[in-house]
Every structure is written in C-alpha cells, then in structure tokens.
Design a protein around this ligand. Structure first.
Ligand code: GUN
Ligand code: ZN
Length: 428
C-alpha cells in the first residue's frame, strides 16, 4: 500500500446545486491510500498513518492531492496546429485543421503526435482525455496505444466525415460504419480504453452517414457518442441549409438516432429553448470548451442557466481549437466566461467541473474524477505556490479556496508536482 500525504478536498455533493459548506470537505493534513491501482482510503493523515502503518509514504507537504483532471473534449490530431491565428470556425477548419488531419493516415506521424500529446497533457495533470481522432483508423490505434502505454483511462473514436471536407479526409456512410465498428471491437474495454462513436458534426456528414452511425450506436448502446453542436452562428445557418427538414440543429442528430444519455455534445453555446429542454429531458451531456470559445470567437456558454436547469456538464480544452492543454487554464477561462455573463464561478465549482463534473458527463464518476475509496487511483498533486506570482498571492489566503484560486488563474505545468495513473506514479 502507498500513502500519499498532502492537502485534500473532497466533494460530498455537487457544488452547483448545494451550498459550499454542504458539498466539500477540506483536510489541511490529509492522506490518500492506494492499493492495487485503486484508492483504498482517504482521510486525515494521522488516522490513515495509524490505520496503515506498513504503507510506503510519500509526503507532498502542503501540495493539494486532487483527482487527475478529466478533459472531456479534445482533438489530439490538432496538437501541432494549436494557437493558429486569425480564423473563425469554418475557415479555421479548412485552413489549419483539415490539412494537418490529412497526415494521420501515416501511422508514424500519428504515433509521434499521440506521444507528444500525452506528454503534454500528463505534464498538465490531466489523466483522462476524450478525443476525436481523424478519419484514419491508424489515428485511433496511435491514440489508444500511447494512452495504454501510460496506463491512462482514455476515450476516443474515429472522426467520420463524408462531405464538406477535402477528398483526403472523407470516408463514406458504409466505411464509417465498418471502420468504427472494427475499431470499437478492437479497443473498447481493452485496458482502460473506451471507444466513442464520433460523427464530427452535422455539416460534414450526409444523412446516410449520420443514420449509419446512429444504427451502430443502437447496436452498442453502452458506448458514448460525441459530436459538436451550435458553436457558431454561421455553422448553425449552414446546418439549417443542409437539413431543411430539421426543426433545429439538435433535431438533425435526434432524427438519425444520435441523441441519448450517452451523447457528449461539444460547445452548445447558441441552443434554443427547445434544444435545451430536450437535451435535459434525455440527459445528454454538454461539454463546455471555454478557451476554444474565446479563441475562435464562438460565444459565451450559459453555465449558470444550464446548471440551474439540471444539465449534465463537463469541462474541456478542445485542443487545438482551444488554446491550452491545461485544465487549470481552462478553469480560468470558464471563470472569465462566467464573469462576462455576470455569474462568476466559485473555485470549488471550477475544480469540480474539471474532475468529478467531467467524469459525471462521461458516466464514469464511479471510476475517475473523485478521491472516493474504490475509485481508480488517477491523481494530480498540485503545488499551490508554484511561481513567485502565485506564491505571494497564496500567502495572503484566508481559506483553501483563496489558496487554490491563484493557481487556477495563473497556474501552468509548473504547478503539477506529480501525476499518478492507475496507482502508479507517472510523473514527479
Ligand atoms: N466543429 C467541427 N469540428 C471542429 C473542430 O475540430 N474544432 C472545433 N472547435 N469545432 C469543430
Ligand atoms: Zn471539438
């Protein structure tokens, strides 16, 4: 048994629907016990030391032992084109994204980018990612191979597109179904890997392809399905043009069997009331990508309103539309988006979103995203005084949230003291 000592915060309830005092416990001198890849115990350090006297102890001092971050929407193939200047969504896809994604039929290129990607995200304290790969099955193999090597729990799937993309990036309705099915059979449930059925978004799929993927999902209802919805106004108008019979954007997905409790809907900024109600009714998940929404100029996600309505919401970087690999920077951007909407999110809400909230959005909160005993031991150990700027502000903190917030707003990979995955130390 391993015993990690440090500060801990544990959510006993969702801090959006419960007062803070009822939803979090903080241990100034806490401990997390790990055995066989799982969290075996959590509580005050003194208690756990006397309960487990034989355990090997790693003392992280004042650092915060957190669940590893869960990034619920990324495009790992866009790693090398992150921070590309000056375009809105459709132009950005055509100018930067599609040319880069075209290279992923080459297994060496895919493997090299997947390695770089997981080095970058684990350095940022992220232990679970949910990625769009490219249309090439090789890109999925590279992603899952690199994750399995590191013992990570990750999710992902082949991005399907059979129109409105370069020829080199198009599959067909039939090949999207066949390739997705073969990849699902190969990877889903292997190690800690989960397949996700992945139509990119309505504009790049024909109705036939959406229906084929809807049929595949109906055959495998236990897997998740991810796509994009209502990110920019131009995109919404394009969808209305392409699918004149649909009531709205969401209706396109629903009509083709692509709406259900396991749907992960990325962005979801400009939803109509009907769409919001229907998504809530079926309990699909919304994935908020704040750095991307600011970087591509998409708009301001209505976190407060959607949470009040009872939506299931995860947080994500959306690299490389998002401008950072770090969930700390992503929490900061979520805070800033909240400010622009007049609803500043509390640090507890931000931290919950980046861990348990995202895990809930993936229906995996029984496995990841918390420090609960029985959970898989994926952890990020956070130095709350990692730079001079942060340390001098944190020194004035009057409570744990004031101690954490400077790291949320100004922290980067220097704040990540150690990362544990599946009970083993991955980085320190
Ligand atoms: N919509 C469809 N594809 C993409 C993508 O790769 N990134 C973003 N941000 N939005 C999309
Ligand atoms: Zn995306």
């Amino acid at each position: 048994m391993q015993l990690l000592l440090g500060q801990t915060i544990r959510f006993t309830a969702d801090p959006f629907s419960n007062p803070l005092t009822d939803s979090v416990t903080h241990e100034r001198h806490g401990a997390v016990a790990i055995e066989n890849g799982r969290i075996a115990d959590v509580g005050p350090a003194d208690d756990l030391r006397s309960k487990h006297p034989q355990a090997r102890v790693t003392d992280y001092g004042d650092a915060l032992i957190s669940p590893g971050f869960v990034d619920a929407h990324v495009h790992y193939p866009q790693t090398a084109i992150i921070a590309s200047w000056g375009k809105r969504l459709i132009d950005w896809l055509n100018s930067y994204t599609f040319p880069e994604e075209s290279r992923f039929g080459d297994p060496d290129h895919a493997a090299q980018i997947a390695e770089t990607y997981f080095d970058l995200v684990t350095a940022a304290g992220t232990t679970t990612t949910v990625s769009y790969c490219t249309i090439h099955p090789e890109s999925v193999d590279a992603y899952f191979t690199a994750a399995a090597k590191r013992g990570l729990r990750v999710l992902g799937g082949k991005t399907c597109m059979d129109r409105n993309a370069p020829d080199t990036l198009q599959d067909t309705a039939q090949s999207a179904y066949d390739d997705s099915n073969a990849l699902l059979e190969r990877w889903h449930g292997q190690d800690r890997l989960s397949y996700v059925i992945t139509p990119r978004f309505a504009p790049t799929s024909t109705p036939e392809q959406l229906a084929a993927l809807g049929a595949l999902w109906a055959e495998h209802p236990d897997v998740l399905m991810q796509t994009h919805i209502s990110e920019q106004h131009e995109e919404i108008a394009w969808v209305a043009d392409l699918f004149p019979g649909a009531r709205d954007y969401l209706d396109v997905y629903e009509h083709h069997g692509l709406l259900g409790p396991g749907a992960l809907l990325g962005h979801a900024i400009h939803l109509t009331d009907r769409e919001r109600d229907r998504i809530r009714e079926v309990d699909a998940s919304l994935i908020h990508c704040p750095t991307s929404n600011l970087f591509i100029g998409s708009g301001l996600f209505d976190m407060q309103g959607l949470m009040e309505q009872g939506h299931r919401i995860g947080l994500a970087t959306d690299t490389g539309g998002g401008s950072s690999f770090s969930m700390l920077r992503t929490m900061a951007a979520a805070y800033e988006v909240g400010q622009l909407r007049g609803h500043p999110l509390h640090p507890a809400q931000l931290w919950w979103l980046a861990t348990e909230g995202s895990a809930r959005a993936l229906h995996m909160a029984d496995k990841i995203g918390t420090l609960e005993p029985g959970s898989e031991a994926d952890l990020a150990v956070i130095d709350l005084s990692s730079t001079q700027a942060i340390a001098q502000r944190a020194a004035r903190a009057e409570d744990i949230w004031q101690a954490i917030f400077p790291t949320i707003m100004m922290g980067d990979d220097r704040a990540i003291k150690a990362v544990w995955a599946n009970g083993s130390c991955l980085r320190s």
